[in-house]
Design a protein around this ligand. Structure first.
Ligand code: GLA
Length: 668
């Protein structure tokens, strides 16, 4: 894989869709582009096992040998994300059932139930066959288990497994009834057999049940992953094992909690915004992945917090409903933005555009037009650039602000029955991240309980669930002098999504010196003016001061004159409470001020707007990534050597429009 100053470069290669002459052309083109790692076999189950127990592996032998002969390594996938049609026909009970009770049929991909014993056995079998045959193949760099775990199921297997999981988590029915507050709406369970997965029901479902189902399903998918991992590892412990995560609020996977179970966190990232939002989404995805990797390393007690961009789209942004062409240079800039934030390389989906199949128009490194194309030329250039900046792979991203985030909290906040149907936990995470990104301040994303030794400011954007342990973690940070900024709806509920009484934010009132007694969700595009010139949207609250001082107040309406943003001194720390969603400028100014008081400034104080700066450090060496997202050349004060051009930089570097500079900085 990566290492020794060499970044990974490549993508999903699907030789099963092509004749061998194309394979040979492909590897020659890969060499030309500097590709050193390709993912193979992701959806090849029906080619590898065309009938139950009949294996046709000769073509994969040839593919791996061909790669090896050309010095390209393989992330060899287990094909378990798409069982062949024979499997569904032989095991109809392993086909997934929707919440409405509809059993799905094969014809797409991902059509299986991860709790079905027949599916799990078939998946282990094909993974075992690959392990036996290829665990010591010289081309093998990495096992890529499955693809984007994410489907759910409500079949009888899932239901039985859910009951077992619940019994394990809650111990007895009294505890479960208390956790789910089943006294409401006559939902008391007197027997485990009465409990089902949260199927389609008459009206709002029980929030505790919904939350536990998400957790259960994440654990179920993790168990399916782990059993493949264990047998791959047993075949050759030297080969790392991972799986690639897709991001999105629909994904029933708690990626942070999986991170200690993979040897390398891998994400697929497809921004959905066409304008500048794509750059912000890229930065957030990368910071999340790094945060998961850091969390995993902490949980394992081992230092390696590696992550890899396993998939991205080469020349288009695939928005819902239409494909948007990435402007020249943007593919490289997005790719290098991931490397800036710690990715061990850049991988695409897919290498060569398919001629048929559902994703025949998905962008590819080798498009339908062939290698005589802009996208391939840009890919060759990106390969050269990655070859020049490999030494930066040694550096860890430098950040002194942390955003606290937890998948389960996001799931709970997204439940029906909240005071506003417009609450979007991921939008709250993104808004806080965007405000820091626009302020040029680097941040890590952390999970509750993670070490905060390098972080001087902790930001909690709508971290709705706070267990006692989470509250203690925040308290310890503040007691140690760490600053804190908390937004609305944080700490309101416990780990079972039960409200903490006595005023919001229940778990953190004392730390913030406030007590919130009422919510006032805003309608549509309503804005509430704030003193100081900003506005709030989505949400407002009645905030009583119990020690804090007001920083900004609401103007007009029922809240006229009452505090909107507050600040409180706790020992050496300052804690902030923000009871609305500030507009972008106000949010940026607030976080800049909170960071300043905590002694944290921008990565590159003089960088012009639209230039993103990220620093990576290893001991006294450092590398500064400067990404110019504007359409004009930009000049930034810096000193060192631009690794991309080889030019020395004495006091300032000019970054071309839409371009990137990667500086090996001069040691102090
Ligand atoms: C995901 C999948 C790929 C492909 C791409 C398309 O990331 O892993 O198989 O479907 O999306 O964007």
């Amino acid at each position: 894989m990566a290492g020794h100053g060499r970044l990974c470069y490549g993508g999903d290669w699907n030789p099963e869709q092509w004749p061998p002459e194309v394979w040979r052309e492909d590897v020659a083109l890969m060499r030309r582009a500097g590709v050193n790692l390709v993912t193979v076999g992701v959806f090849a189950w029906s080619r590898l096992e065309p009938a139950p127990g009949r294996y046709t592996l000769g073509w994969l032998d040839d593919v791996l040998d061909l790669l090896h002969a050309h010095g390209i390594r393989a992330a060899l996938a287990t094909p378990t994300a798409s069982p062949p049609p024979w499997f569904s026909l032989a095991h109809p009970d392993a086909l997934p059932v929707t919440a409405e009770g509809v059993r799905l049929h094969h014809g797409s991909r991902d059509t299986y139930c991860a709790a079905a014993p027949a599916y799990r056995a078939a998946a282990r079998r094909i993974a075992g066959v690959l392990a036996d045959r290829y665990a010591h193949h010289p081309a093998l760099a990495l096992w890529h288990v499955h693809n984007e775990y994410g489907t759910t199921c409500h079949c009888a297997h899932a239901e039985a497994a859910f009951r077992r999981w619940l019994a394990d988590r809650h111990g007895d029915l009294d505890s479960l009834n208390a956790a789910w507050v089943t006294s409401f709406w006559s939902q008391h369970y007197a027997d485990w057999a009465e409990i089902s997965t949260p199927r389609a029901t008459q009206y709002l479902a029980n929030p505790g049940q919904l939350l536990d189902f998400r957790r259960f399903w994440s654990d179920t998918l993790l168990a399916a992953y782990a059993e493949q991992r264990d047998l791959l590892r047993a075949a050759n412990p030297a080969v790392p094992v991972t799986t690639n995560h897709v991001l999105g609020d629909w994904v029933p996977v708690d990626q942070g909690r999986w991170a200690s179970e993979v040897d390398l966190v891998a994400i697929d990232h497809y921004p959905s915004a066409v304008d500048g939002g794509a750059e912000e989404q890229t930065a957030l995805a990368a910071d999340l992945a790094r945060g998961w990797a850091r969390h995993g390393a902490h949980r394992r007690g081992a230092g390696d917090a590696s992550w890899l961009l396993m998939e991205s789209a080469p020349h288009q942004i695939h928005t819902a409903g239409r494909m948007h062409t990435r402007e020249p240079g943007r593919m490289a800039r997005h790719s290098l933005a991931h490397v800036a934030r710690g990715s061990r390389g850049v991988m695409f989906f897919q290498w060569r555009a398919s001629l048929g199949g559902a994703e025949r128009f998905h962008s590819a490194v080798v498009p339908h037009a062939g290698p005589d194309s802009r996208v391939f030329r840009e890919a060759v250039r990106l390969g050269e650039q990655l070859g020049r900046i490999g030494e930066a792979d040694a550096g860890a991203v430098d950040a002194a602000v942390a955003i606290g985030w937890d998948a389960a909290s996001g799931w709970a906040l997204g439940h029906p029955g909240m005071p506003s149907a417009r609450l979007d936990p991921y939008a709250e995470l993104a808004a806080a991240h965007r405000a820091l990104w626009r302020a040029g301040i680097a941040c890590d994303v952390v999970l509750p309980g993670d070490p905060l030794d390098v972080h001087r400011l902790l930001v909690l954007p709508a971290l709705y669930l706070a267990s006692d342990a989470t509250a203690a973690w925040v308290r310890a940070h503040v007691r140690a002098g760490g600053h804190l900024l908390v937004t609305w709806l944080t700490g309101v509920a416990d780990e079972h999504a039960r409200i903490r009484p006595g005023g919001y934010p229940g778990a953190l009132r004392d730390l913030l010196g406030v007590r919130v007694t009422e919510f006032h969700p805003l309608a549509g595009d309503d804005r509430v003016p704030l003193t100081g010139g900003g506005t709030g949207r989505l949400w407002a609250e009645t905030v009583q001061l119990t020690g804090a001082e007001p920083v900004a107040a609401y103007l007009g309406g029922v809240l006229d004159g009452s505090p909107a943003v507050t600040r409180h001194r706790v020992g050496a720390a300052t804690t902030w409470y923000v009871s609305t969603r500030p507009d972008e400028d106000t949010y940026r100014r607030l976080l800049t001020e909170a960071a300043r008081l905590a002694g944290v400034g921008p990565v590159c104080p003089g960088a012009p707007p639209g230039v993103e700066a990220v620093r990576r450090r290893a001991g006294d060496r450092s590398w500064l990534f400067l990404l110019n997202h504007t359409g004009r050349p930009q000049r930034v004060a810096a000193a060192g050597t631009d690794l991309l051009t080889g030019a020395p930089v004495d006091d300032a570097v000019t970054i071309p429009a839409g371009g990137v500079a990667v500086l090996r900085e001069r040691s102090p």
